[in-house]
Design a protein around this ligand. Structure first.
Ligand code: ADE
Length: 227
């Protein structure tokens, strides 16, 4: 998996590459590359944004700047790029990221993430360069960078070798193994703390009953979406 992140803040992503499960997949040949929009801007003084036509607060990322960045980095006509790889613009009103979309993205060989800033993107960027517009939730961040990090984290941990124990990805919240439900509760030592006890069944060593208890708790949580 090769993930290219176009951003005004490439240095923010350093920690992500050092994070354990991300480092694990990078060591196995995956790659994260950050591209600074300013590196390719055709405008003077590193300008990348402008005031919105029609007035209003904030600044909008310019279509000519994104065109130049994609063309400069990939050496192809940016309009053609999205037929070769997913080009994902991050914006609050996009398709909501969920486990199904994460799985879809994890199956791709390469992704391009475009981080908006300020008031976001000139609409022509979304119309002509992006294959997808993705949101991590219905709230407004100061920019797409945290959303890009969320996508990298969620997608890369799906890849072989990311997690120490391969079983932990198979049976986790929203997985097929749990019928799309949230994960069951976990407990560890001590078995009793301040009078708070662990469900008996988990201490029983009876694997079938434990399995059944876990399925039931998971389904229960699935029916109660607010927690
Ligand atoms: N950029 C600003 N807010 C965002 C959000 N909620 N999701 C994705 N990108 C964003």
């Amino acid at each position: 998996m090769k993930i290219d992140i176009f951003t005004l803040f490439p240095e923010w992503f350093g920690w992500l590459s050092r994070e354990r499960h991300v480092a694990n997949v990078l060591a196995r040949g995956s790659e994260i590359e950050c591209v600074d929009f300013r590196r390719y801007t055709p405008l003077s003084g590193g300008q990348v944004d402008d005031t919105p036509f029609g007035g209003g607060a904030g600044m909008v990322l310019r279509v000519d700047v994104i065109d130049a960045a994609l063309r400069g980095h990939y050496g192809v006509e940016p309009v053609e790029l999205r037929s070769r790889r997913r080009v994902i613009a991050l914006a609050p009103a996009g398709r909501l990221l969920d486990e199904a979309l994460v799985n879809e993205l994890a199956a791709e060989p390469a992704l391009t993430l475009l981080c908006g800033r300020y008031e976001g993107f000139d609409e022509r960027i979304l119309e002509n360069f992006a294959s997808d517009v993705v949101s991590i939730g219905r709230y407004v961040l100061s920019g797409g960078e945290p959303a890009a990090m969320v996508i990298c984290d969620a997608v890369l941990r799906k890849l072989p070798g990311a997690l120490g124990d391969e079983r932990s990805a198979g049976e986790e919240s929203f997985s097929e193994a749990l019928e799309g439900n949230p994960e069951y509760p976990h407990y560890t030592r001590p078995a009793e703390y301040r009078g708070w006890t662990v469900p008996e069944v988990l201490l029983s060593g009876h694997h079938e009953r434990i399995e059944q208890w876990r399925r039931e708790r998971s389904r229960e949580r699935g029916g109660r979406r607010d927690r």
